[in-house]
Design a protein around this ligand. Sequence first.
Ligand code: C5P
Length: 229
Amino acid sequence: GRVVALVPAAGQGVRLGASMPKAFVPVGGSPMLTLAVDGLIASGVVDHVVIMVPAELVSTTAALLDRAQSSAAPEIPVTVVAGGSERTDSVRAGLAAAPDAALVLVHDAARALTPPALVAQVVAALRAGHRAVVPGLPVADTIKSVDASGVVTGTPDRAALRAIQTPQGFDAELLRAAYALDVPATDDAGLVELLGAQVHVVPGDPRAFKITTPLDLHLATSLLADDRV
Ligand code: C5P
């Protein structure tokens, strides 16, 4: 079945402090979005990439990726569509642009350095029969829940926790059913869990970290300049 990768990049991304949406912030000379799409295509397991951007950036994004992609893998189509006002609306717009998908990956553009092998491992786990697959890493820090006044309300056993990355992979029918629930969410697997479906965790990769802060941007820039990593 066809594997379609959705890349929601329609947010404004103010946390990095840049004047442009986060996905368009350059890392080592290339926009994060371009790097993320290159990684998806380089995995060799993605048949179609759909990117959701702010409506006013659809044509510039299409031109940008056309240039970046022409040499890389011209046979993999990349479609750019307008996202919506919430992330869930953007993913829904992406799903609508991929009616023939059998498997769907949802990937953060901000995880620009995600190794292609991780993408392939998520798809392999889907092909092995799991209907929802997320990459996860053990957490190094102790995680506590706190209430609104900063008082600790619990300390979950760290051994049972995973920090979840993307791409998250789904049987297309399951993800469409999850989005039909029409509840807002920042985590696609979380929606699938609401349906009572099992979500399978595969080992994540530290290089798939989300570029969120100036410190992350610094790390990503040095990693790109250093091919030993
Ligand atoms: O802002 P936040 O980090 O939660 O956004 C997560 C991802 O969802 C970002 O890649 C952002 O571009 C995307 N998004 C979107 N459409 C929106 C809001 C966020 O595609 N309306």
